[in-house]
Design a protein around this ligand. Structure first.
Ligand code: 2IP
Ligand code: CA
Length: 375
């Protein structure tokens, strides 16, 4: 069912436009930041921000895709809750209304009666986005909507989205930080097995037009389902001198353990989705993360694309255990349908045990052998 893929790509394009608009309109952007509290707070940041753009984008995807595929109703989830508190202390439920006028009226209340901002956003939410992508038109994919569910990260790397610089100079193609690491991630998994089967990654801040200063985005997709593997990208080549991308907060002992394999070719970057994208694009051969600081909505879309390219994403803790006991044939990949037992809030959907993202099985084996041999 290529219609589902097309619908998700279109939803990601609309999302990217909303993300660009909120970042471009300074007055709008200032209105949009709200601190996360309680169990929804990502424990990694002292202060973690959720933006109204985040919530809006998630609701737009739910609305647009849910309208086209009623079987997906109740099976589209994301990082954000759609309750939003404005500076007057009113709690409002963010949703896409039947008409642009109604959405503008709701946003007017959420945005503390800022009419221009409400109208700008409502227009972006209700715009028609239709793609002219011959590669998508030509596809036939037998994916039944009633057997799948969706994880959305409306804007991954929220911190960089809020504070990131526009023109960070990349090191070996990888930006250590910056707006370019803010991504829209939409991943589809099979409800019964939890396997990731379809992914869309949209880069709203791929390039800035030097003349108009407008942002140009781009998107990537991949499908891996019942023997069908298709992607807008090709598998990157295996390199003789491999490199790895890590979180800047990765443990020193893991960095030391990886030195024998990578030497100086250790890169650091913000954004879990962005680091996975670096592997997808062949800018790094692996993303190794030793902690459970990513979530199902971070990894589902990139994981599906990696599988479409012949790679994958394993649970690092479980894979190391299997490796050490000699069970090396089938290292355990991440799945998306089971919450962490006993956890609450966002932690229910954490990728506990960390992860390794890879584009070549041969390279995953090198990572496993290197980490298993570390003192
Ligand atoms: C975050 C974001 C962070 C990442 C963290 C994710 O998602 O991608 O950048 O940490 O794991 O959960 P790091 O940059 O150290 O990899 P969000 O920004 O959507 O909360
Ligand atoms: Ca995220």
């Amino acid at each position: 069912m290529a219609a589902l893929l097309k619908s998700l790509v279109e939803a990601s394009e609309k999302s990217a436009r909303i993300a660009q608009l909120c970042r471009q309109e300074e007055a709008l952007f200032q209105l949009l930041i709200e601190e996360k509290t309680g169990s929804d707070k990502n424990k990694k940041f002292i202060q973690d921000f959720k933006t109204l753009a985040d919530v809006l984008i998630q609701e737009v995807i739910k609305h647009d895709v849910g309208k086209e595929f009623p079987d997906l109703h109740g099976h589209i989830s994301g990082e954000e809750s759609n309750k939003f508190e404005n500076s007057l202390g009113e709690t409002l439920v963010v949703q896409v209304c039947a008409t642009q006028q109604d959405t503008a009226a709701l946003l007017y209340k959420i945005l503390d009666r800022n009419q221009p901002a409400a109208e700008l956003l409502a227009a972006a939410i209700h715009q028609e986005v239709t793609l002219e992508d011959p590669a998508l038109e030509a596809l036939v994919l037998p994916i039944p909507a009633e057997r799948v569910a969706i994880w959305i990260d409306p804007i991954d790397s929220t911190n960089q989205y809020i504070r990131g610089q526009a023109n960070v100079v990349p090191i070996d193609g990888i930006c250590p930080s910056g707006l370019c690491s803010a991504l829209v991630l939409i991943g589809v998994y099979e409800r019964s097995s939890g396997d990731p089967i379809l992914g869309v990654i949209n880069e709203p801040f791929f390039q800035e037009d030097p003349f108009t200063h407008r942002w140009l985005g781009r998107y990537h997709w991949g499908v891996s389902y019942q023997g069908t593997r298709l992607s807008s990208l090709s598998q990157p080549p295996l390199r003789p001198d491999p490199s790895v991308v890590l979180s800047s907060s990765e443990k020193p002992e893991i960095q030391r353990a990886l030195r024998p394999l990578y030497g100086e070719r250790l890169h650091f970057a913000s954004g879990a989705g962005y680091k996975m994208l670096c592997v997808i694009l062949g800018l790094a051969d692996a993303y190794v993360l030793s902690e459970g600081s990513t979530f199902k909505w971070d990894s589902c879309a990139p994981h599906a694309i990696l599988r479409a390219l012949g790679g994958g994403m394993v649970n690092l803790g479980a894979a190391l255990q299997a490796w050490r006991t000699g069970q090396r044939g089938h290292l355990p990949e991440l799945t998306y349908n089971q919450p962490v037992g006993g956890a609450v809030g966002a932690e229910r959907w954490a990728n506990q045990g960390g992860l390794v993202a890879f584009a070549h099985r041969e390279h995953l084996e090198l990572v496993m052998a290197t980490l298993a041999a570390a003192p």
